[in-house]
Design a protein around this ligand. Sequence first.
Ligand code: 3H9
Length: 656
Amino acid sequence: MSVVAVENHGGIAVVRVDNPPVNALSHALRSGLIEAAEKIDADDSIRAAVLICAGRTFIAGADIREFNAAPKEPHLPDTINRIEASSKPWVAAIHGTALGGGLEVALGCHYRVAVSTARAGLPEVNLGLIPGAGGTIRLPRAANPEFALEMITSGKPAGAGAAHDAGLIDAIVPEGQDLETFALSFAADASAKPLPEPLSTRQPATAPTAGWWEQAIGNIEKKAKGQLSPVTAARIVRNGFEKPFAEALADERSAFLELKDGDQSKAMRHAFFAEREMGKVPFVEGAQTRDIHRVAVIGGGTMGAGIAAAALLNGCAVDMIEREEGPAEAGYHRVMGILDSSLKRGLISADKREALENAFTATAGYAKTADADLVIEAVFEDMDVKKAVFAKLDEVTRPECILATNTSYLDINEIAKSVGNPARVVGLHFFSPAHIMKLVEVIRTGSVSPETYGTAFAFAKRLKKNPVYSGVCDGFIGNRILYEYRKVCDFMLEDGCLPQQIDASMRAFGMAMGPFAMGDMAGLDIGWAARKRRAATRDPNERYSRIADRICELGRFGQKTGAGWYDYSGEARGGTPDPLIEKIILEESEKNGIVRREFTSREIQDTVVSTMAAEGQKILEEGIALRASDIDMVLILGYGFPRWRGGPMFMTSNAG
Ligand code: 3H9
């Protein structure tokens, strides 16, 4: 079946694209569009054309799966030039998302109309690319340069309203009207007017100064932290202002092709598909999932409040449970604080904030859990405390209520034993702050039913999170790898490094923070407690660094105590290196008979990546994770691993 059909509606051609699931610009679609343009130009009975798509969206971009093969003619820039050169006006009728090459096709059309819920964007930078079919040249001519530069270098789409205000969209379909009918009438009107000048030859309304460009590109470079595509995108947008169209288009194309064949884009394309793959869990296929309306959260601390807010913001009624009135009130205020900041940032309206407040309670005692469809426990990380909570929940909740624990490393199989029917117990491990962080590890115990698991997984998706499958082990996927990461960094301290050197190397690698600064921020006491817990079962022949323990023994738990790996008593926000820490490190090297040596930044980075990948491999072999790409996504979404490197499993599997 053809992916492009042309119908004549009383002199207006409807060019209908139907290439599920997202109308990506495959080779067949590009060829079909050129044929349609030829046909329309040759048919005297046709006065104008409407380009419209079947299914859930307008064209969502180039077909990313084709990027691994050599490009095949007709290329997209030529396809778009052909549409733009048409002797009759083309109107792009947009619903869903017009993204990447899809928006570039729309920019090749002479007009663009959209439904009010549509979004338009050039997200290529998120795939390590730049727009490669004229987008960097046409968008700044349709909208203003600031709007275009922001859209192209951030990759963030704009809503139809903002796109209309910027000049990118010519008309928004009025409420209650059908997109196709509106576009047909718009095209009929357009056919009575002279063809507008194509965007490719139009002069931009304003041309920024050299100083403006330098500053804008400098800012983008700083934010990109080693990622090439936003910086290349900015330079190519500027180039489009300085050169004639054909030359600028050729420069854009060659920059696009160079990035497409580079490591960063390959890594980001891997992450794109990995992110979608992680949502698929064979264990729950065919299982009946249930709707969750009412959630009870046990514990009003930072984690409990973040989870409660996430559930509220995504349409659930939430009851927070604490042991006493005081902590219940504190938990209530924590949640209200999150709602207030959502209101301040324009994410919710004042009415919505009020409605959410009405959908929330925080009380002492378990009474409110009786109505819950799902209970999420987020109390202190202690097996006995958690078991007591679950035993109580077993008494008070309905038999079909799902019981989830937010533990970050405890054995959930053990926790599940406190409940009469362990098939309803599952792990939902959120990351802090839970209303912001996208990753949720959904932990499969030995006894959980596919229905319970599937419902918990779907619930995390409903909170707009990226859930990932994990089996039960100490630390699950993420914290287990983090533990090894921290451990190998401590060994490198003994072998010759200092914390500030390792932190700087990992920042240069693209991590949001170095491991020691991160430890200071999270609090060193948590890791200390975990090491003490493991001490009894630790192999006495295993290498063990005492440095972190010695720091904790001094009461230095990181930022919250004013000192940890760094000293926070001064002005510097990130703290300053402390000679006392260096002294401890040198003493430990000496005690262990280690002759300290120099490490290069590259060696530090390679050691970290190979350590993470080796632990990831074990996790995979033990069946804790479903796929290597899931492990990559855990590190990218939960631990600040740079997406443009693709994750440790991807990096080591590609280090040929
Ligand atoms: C580009 O355009 C370059 C040009 O400038 C220059 C070229 C010369 N290709 O996300 P979903 C698959 S670069 C191939 O779950 P949603 C996806 O893998 C491109 N496949 O749906 C999934 O497959 P499966 C710029 C694609 O409704 C299925 O479609 N464009 C593509 O939640 C459903 O996807 C982008 O970066 C693609 N382009 O979200 C847009 N897109 O079912 C990328 C999706 O086997 N796409 N698939 O797992 C998106 O952002 C979202 O898919 C979209 C729909 C918002 C459209």
